[in-house]
Every structure is written in C-alpha cells, then in structure tokens.
Design a protein around this ligand. Structure first.
Ligand SMILES: Nc1nc2c(ncn2[C@@H]2O[C@H](COP(=O)(O)OP(=O)(O)OP(=O)(O)O)[C@@H](O)[C@H]2O)c(=O)[nH]1
Ligand SMILES: [Mg+2]
Length: 534
C-alpha cells in the first residue's frame, strides 16, 4: 500500500485538496444550466467553441440514442460531470437536470459537492423548483452562488429580483456585479468591489468568449450615460443595506453572492469563474455515518453518487461516479467496497468531460472520478483503503408513480432482466417485485412520470428489450415489514412488494386509504419513506 509514488502523492493531499472547487449547477428547468456549463468550459479554454459538451440540436457533438432523447426535448435528463483547470484551481463541475421528475439525480449530486451555483431566469424570477433547491442547499449546509441569467432578454428589475431572493429564500443577496442596461439591453456590469465598468461585446452566436473591456467610472459615464448612472445609483442603494459580501456569512449559508450573466452570449461568465475560485469553499473533512469526520489527509475514501451506463454508443459500459472524500486516489489501487467488504480493483478510472473520457492516474479530495465497468458498485456505496469508513446512505425519494413493466418480446427475457437490474442499480427507477406479479412483470416506482419514458427508451435502445408499461393507480408508497405485510396486503386496494434492497413497500391509492388502515390497525408498521423530497 505504501509505494513511493503514493507516499509522494500523500504529501500533496492537503495542497491539492485546497485547489479543488467542486460544485453543482442547479435551477428550475430551462434557466440555462447546460448553456452556462459550456460557457464556463469555454472560458477556462477547455473547449474551443460552445456547443461541444452537450451537442445541442444543430451544434457539434457525438450522437447517441441516449443523448438523442435529451436533444429531442432540449432538456437535461441526467447530470453531467466536467473537470477542468482554471487559474491555479481544479474545477469539478456537475451540471444537473432541472426537471422535477429527475430531481433525485440532482439531489444525489448535491451530496457530492461543496457549493452550488443557482441560476435564476431574469424574466421569471424564483420558480417552484428553485425554491425547493434553495431549501435543500440550506438543509445540507451548501453555500450558494446566485447567477441571474438571461439578462440579454427582457425581464424583471434587478432590485426587484434581489428583494424576491431575500424575501423568499431568507438568504441575503450580496451582488458582486450589477447590470448596466436593463434586462434586454445588457451592456456590461458594474463591479461593486472596485467600482469599475466591465463592458461586454457580443460574438457571433455566442460561440466564443465575449471580449471584455474594463473602464473607469468616468469613462463608463461618458460611454453609457444614464444606464451607467442608474447602475451607480442602484449600487448606492445596495451599499446602504447589508448587501456587501462577507465570506463567513456566505460559507455559513446566510448570504448568497450574486452575478448577472447571459450564458448564451458568454457575458458575466468570466466573473463567475473567478468568484468560484476566489470564494467557493475547497473540500473539507466529511462526516461518516456515525458522525465521525474522515479528514482530508486520512487514507483514501470516496462514495458513489451516480451510476450511469449507455452514455455514448461508443462506450457501452457502466460508469460509477465517485466523489473522493479523503486521501489520494491512484489508478490501479485496490480499495475495499464497504457494502460487501470485498476488494475492488480500480483498473479503469476516468475523468469525465461531458461524454468524453480521459484516463486518470491520480486524483485528490473533491475530485469526481468515473470508475469503468464497476458492476459491483451501486449509488450510495462507500470505498476506502486501510481504515474502515462508511458514509451516510443516500436517501431515496418516496415514489409517487407506479407502472408494471413487461417485455414485448418473450424471447428477450435475458435482456429484459439485465436491463431492469441496471436501471435499478442506477436509480433510474425503483424496481419492486412480488410472487404474485412474477419476475416478468416487475413494478417500476418513480418520482416523476418522465422517468418511465427514460426507462422504456433505454430498455429498448440500450438493452434490446422492447417493453410496455401499464400505469397503476397507486400514488403512495410506505415502508412496512415482514410481520405486518400479510395484514397490510389483505387490505382492499393495497399491495405489498419487495424493493431491490429488500425493503418491503406497501402501495396505496391515496392518503385516505393509508390513513384509514392506520386508524383501523395502529399496530401495523406503515412508515413514510423519506422526509426530503424536492
Ligand atoms: N436569451 C438567452 N437564452 C438562454 C440563455 N441561457 C440559456 N438560454 C436558452 O435557454 C434554453 C435552455 O437552456 P439550457 O442550458 O438547456 O437550460 P437548462 O437549465 O440546462 O435546462 P434543463 O437542464 O433541462 O433543466 C436554451 O434554448 C438556451 O439557448 C441566456 O443567457 N439568454
Ligand atoms: Mg440542462
């Protein structure tokens, strides 16, 4: 375990961890997360042109069936990881899906990051999903940087948006930049830290970095006239309130720095990258399931926060994404899989860049690494070397939609079984079974109905097992146990099934059915699945 290279790398662990910035980009659907992700990569000069990472319609990018579905709808279905260097920092960025149906994926990503970038659409302000995400960040103690995006389009008044943030989220907005020009007429920003004016210039289609000119206040006044004086006046109003950045209060989750941007034109993106490097926290020790902290320079440990297969037709493999919590990771090292106690050889480890991969030799706390063909690993699993650790399990959401999945081609049962197992281990859907329904007709349980479509699409395109889905009219699942199961199952309109992890779930049509059974038979075990729900 103590090869000279590992010993050398171990000495590096604290300074290397201090360089890491690991964060998620989150928001309501369509606010521009994937566009901003590309703009950030463009700014860090890791891609030459916007459009390379997600391959949005009409733009460059490798095509796969899986991505087709994202492209066809113009939405993100699954989170994407990116790692790149910027200045002296190593940035690990996770672009999450905004749609509530995929919120479990977003939630898992939030367990793996040290900060979040929250996008707000300038025209729409705080939307339902945004509010839920703010709540999750508060609950998890994740500092939030707010980006008011789409300032190139007509929208709300900037001060009004700040009021909305403080009134509805309880976070004090501390704008670092302030827009010059109303929403829809984005000229540049006033940098509140030094009073300078950063003037942006559009580029064709926003495909390349927008040139930025820095002017003094006097030059800005001459150039922009009333738009500049308006920004200055509003800035003075902010100065009079407690709207100045305070690093301690930001890290404590009391305030949120705000940046104004237009991701599609690459305006304000450079400022955001600098803010991430300068203000976002580096990784720190992580509490295990018992609350004891695994320190950064303890032996290697990590947990799996996402499993994904079929990302690309050229890589028909299964990738387990780990977040490194402590120690040094070296490709090829043998780690222990905490769930099974078995050794796990990390022969193929990759940094992921959208759909592109690059072999990784060494990685440090904060890094996100993809382990290839890690069939033994499931979401939530812990890996470690030397001293044992088990990180807290990732909560699964209470499903609200249920459907029976059947193969359309009985000759493809093997493929069907393999596909179902894969979808379950990735957490695309929870898979429930009972003797009554049999192996060929499992019940899929999901948080949002679009997950059914993803499951159905992947079963056919990835596993070659065309399926049909019959929706069931249950809307609630609660946990029961073996002792209560027979009585629960004999109640009218209730069904008991076993989840992949062995948990027994009772499905009810509605909450009144559940309540009435609880009242009639208070001795039965009928517990809610989880509290946290996006
Ligand atoms: N005008 C304008 N349009 C933008 C901006 N940023 C993104 N868009 C557009 O908004 C739409 C949604 O952008 P995405 O980046 O896919 O949004 P998203 O937040 O990733 O969406 P989901 O992942 O599906 O939640 C696309 O048509 C973008 O071109 C912006 O700054 N200004
Ligand atoms: Mg997206």
């Amino acid at each position: 375990m103590s090869s000279p290279s590992i010993a050398a790398a171990a000495a590096e662990v604290l300074p290397q961890a201090a360089r890491r910035r690991t964060f998620a980009v989150i928001s309501h659907p369509d606010a521009g997360k994937s566009t901003l992700t590309e703009a950030l990569a463009l700014h860090a000069r890791v891609i030459g042109q916007a459009g390379a990472v997600h391959g949005k319609a009409g733009r460059r990018g490798t095509v796969s069936d899986w991505m087709d579905m994202e492209k066809a709808r113009g939405i993100s279905i699954t989170s994407a990881a990116l790692q790149f260097e910027y200045r002296d920092a190593v940035v690990n960025l996770l672009d999450t899906p905004g749609h509530a149906d995929f919120s479990e994926d977003t939630y898992r990503v939030l367990t793996a990051v040290d900060a979040a970038v929250m996008l707000i659409d300038a025209a729409k302000g705080l939307e339902a999903q945004t509010m839920k995400l703010f709540a999750v960040c508060r609950h998890r103690g994740i500092p939030v940087i707010t980006v008011v995006n789409k300032w190139d389009r007509p929208g709300k008044d900037a001060l009004e948006l700040m009021d909305e943030v403080s009134e509805r989220t309880g976070l004090v907005p501390t704008p670092l930049t302030w827009p010059v020009g109303i929403a829809g007429d984005f000229r540049g920003v006033l940098d509140r830290r030094d009073g300078s004016y950063h003037r942006f210039t559009r580029t064709a289609g926003g495909a390349t970095i927008a040139p930025e000119e820095v002017l003094t206040a006097a030059a800005a006044e001459a150039r922009e006239g009333v738009d500049w004086s308006r920004a200055v006046e509003e800035g003075e109003l902010l100065d009079a309130t407690e709207a100045d950045h305070d690093q301690e209060r930001f890290l404590a989750g009391e305030t949120t720095p705000v940046i104004f941007a237009s991701a599609v034109s690459n305006f304000g993106v450079g400022a955001l990258l600098d803010v991430l490097v300068d203000l976002a926290p580096a990784p720190s020790g992580r509490p295990d399931a018992d609350g004891a902290v695994r320190k950064l320079d303890d032996p290697f440990s990590a947990f799996v926060f996402k499993v994904q297969s079929g990302m690309d037709a050229a890589h028909r493999d299964r990738l387990a994404y780990i977040r490194i919590c402590s120690g040094v990771f070296e490709r090829g090292m043998v780690v222990t899989h905490a769930t099974s106690g078995r050794p796990f050889a990390t022969k193929y480890a990759q940094h992921v860049f959208g759909r592109e991969r690059e072999s990784v030799d060494v990685a440090y706390p904060g890094d996100v690494v993809g382990l290839v063909n890690a069939n033994a690993l499931s979401v939530g699993d812990t890996l470690y070397v030397d001293s044992k650790v088990q990180f807290p399990p990732l909560t699964t959401f209470a499903p609200e939609y249920f459907a029976v999945m059947r193969g359309r081609d009985t000759a493809k049962f093997k493929q069907f079984r393999r596909g179902i197992g894969q979808l379950a281990s990735e957490g695309v859907a929870q898979v429930l079974r009972s003797d009554r329904r049999g192996d060929a007709a499992p019940v899929l349980a999901v948080v949002g109905p679009m997950q059914f479509e993803v499951a159905q699409h992947r079963m056919e395109s990835e596993f070659g097992a065309p399926v049909e889905l019959d929706r069931l009219s249950y809307t609630i699942a609660v946990r029961t146990d073996a002792a209560s199961a027979p009585a629960v199952a004999s109640s009218r309109g209730v069904e008991v099934l076993e989840r992949e992890d062995g948990e027994l779930l009772a499905l009810f049509m509605d909450k009144w059915d559940l309540r009435s059974l609880q009242q009639r038979s208070p001795e039965l075990t009928l517990e809610p699945l989880v509290a946290a729900q996006l």
